[in-house]
Design a protein around this ligand. Structure first.
Ligand code: COA
Length: 379
């Protein structure tokens, strides 16, 4: 590329097209999200996570036979190898669960003889195995870090419900099973977000899928990305009661602090995933007698819209549905990872199928032509 063709720097790469993808589309102006051509509202209303994972990874909705075979494949790979349990047991108490996920995925890569084979078929098999066992890594990683015994996966339960089973050691009630399935669908894929882009960059060096996923988990951990759901719940608990919510938000905004769970780089008039999930926040709040928490969210939303014209993103309702289902807060971002594994791995497949090294440039703003100073003369 000649110097004349240099594209001007855009902070945060805002609005910059960094790739071509057939996996999903965000139509921000219409507040729509599309996975492989299908509107997220239709998928959320009608599908299991397994159907949506098949769609994202294989490019089409499965027929009944294909779905049955795919479900069986996922079930057969739910359990973690003994090597992963060993490294989880070796992690220091108090370790961050996202770090445990990185260690777990790196270990899975270390024992996969096909780890470095980047063909479409080999990558697809890795993607399916990773999708199958990520919930186990999250639930049992958490249990082990807490000093508890891991729970073997339950082959009789669907993918997302089995996650709750492993976490709590008992079958989830139907509403919880429905809501966890829904959040897995809503979190499964979202274009060139920060963690998925990280996966693209790593994959573009022809590094293996496991390395790309370890990097993506790191990117997801930050509070401006996946970490926002945990931060949002901490805020709601810090507020404590509905009558304090407005003053709390106003005080934070006056100090120019960010309210986690609000705003989005792409969506400026609302995040459809948050709209879909909100109905379930109310149902769970009623079921658990915690309408106070629902009201805190309502007030925060009203004040943020009035003061900053900012809408909640998916992390805001997701945080509260997880809390109302009794899920401990340190699991919220790892759950996001357990769902987004589908999107990450689908993007790694796309990258490896048509690869070119991702290597942008930076505008150097430091000095040139400094006279060299011998070490003894430096101050
Ligand atoms: N709380 C308060 N102000 C916010 C805000 C929030 N959550 N999100 C954005 N803003 C404000 C910024 O302070 C800035 O105001 P200014 O122009 O007066 O300085 C303006 O909105 C634009 O913010 P900017 O950070 O440039 O937008 P972005 O596109 O880079 O940010 C996010 C996108 C997601 C990083 C941002 O909205 C954010 O930090 N949200 C909270 C974290 C979160 O929920 N992340 C999950 C995303 S799914």
């Amino acid at each position: 590329m000649s110097d004349k063709e240099i594209i001007p720097y855009r902070p945060g790469l805002e609005g910059v097209t960094a790739g071509i993808s057939q996996i999903s589309d965000i139509i921000a102006a219409e507040n729509r999200l599309i996975y492989r051509g299908y509107d997220i509202r239709d998928l959320a209303a009608n599908c299991t996570f397994e159907e949506v994972a098949y769609l994202i990874l294989q490019g089409k909705l499965p027929n009944r036979q294909e779905l049955t075979a795919f479900e069986a494949q996922l079930r057969s790979h739910r359990e973690l190898p003994a090597e992963v349990y060993r490294v989880l047991h070796a992690m220091p108490r108090g370790a961050h669960l996202m770090a445990a996920l990185q260690v777990g995925v790196a270990t899975l890569g270390s024992i996969d003889p096909q780890a470095d084979l980047n063909t479409h078929e080999a990558n697809l098999q890795k993607a399916i195995r990773l999708t199958a066992c990520m919930p186990t890594l999250v639930a049992n990683g958490y249990r082990i870090l807490q000093g508890q015994e891991p729970t073997p996966p339950n082959p009789d339960l669907p993918h997302a419900a089995n996650f709750l089973y492993m976490l709590f050691g008992r079958e989830p009630e139907p509403l919880h099973a429905r809501v966890i399935n829904l959040t897995f669908i809503l979190y499964a894929e979202h274009g060139y977000n920060a963690s998925t882009f990280t996966a693209h960059v790593i994959a573009s060096t022809l590094a293996d899928m496991y390395s790309a996923v370890v990097g993506a988990i790191g990117a997801l951990r930050g509070p401006l990305h996946g970490g926002a759901n945990e931060a949002a719940m901490e805020s709601i608990l810090d507020i404590g009661s509905p009558d304090r919510a407005e003053a709390w938000v106003m005080e934070k905004l006056a100090k120019k602090e960010r309210i986690m769970g609000f705003g989005h780089r792409e969506y400026k008039t609302g995040d459809i995933r948050a709209v879909i999930l909100k109905e379930y926040v109310r149902q769970l709040a009623e079921q658990t007698g915690r309408l106070d928490l629902y009201q805190i969210q309502e007030t925060m939303e009203r004040v943020m819209l009035r003061e900053k014209k900012l809408h909640p993103n998916v992390d805001f309702p997701a945080a509260l549905v997880y809390y109302l289902m009794g899920i401990p807060i340190p699991l919220y971002t790892p759950i996001f990872a357990a769902a987004r594994i589908v999107g990450w791995t689908a993007h790694v497949i796309e990258q490896h199928d048509d690869n070119r090294l991702i290597r942008p440039r930076s505008d150097y703003t430091g000095p040139h032509d400094l006279p060299f100073i011998p070490i003894d003369q430096r101050t």
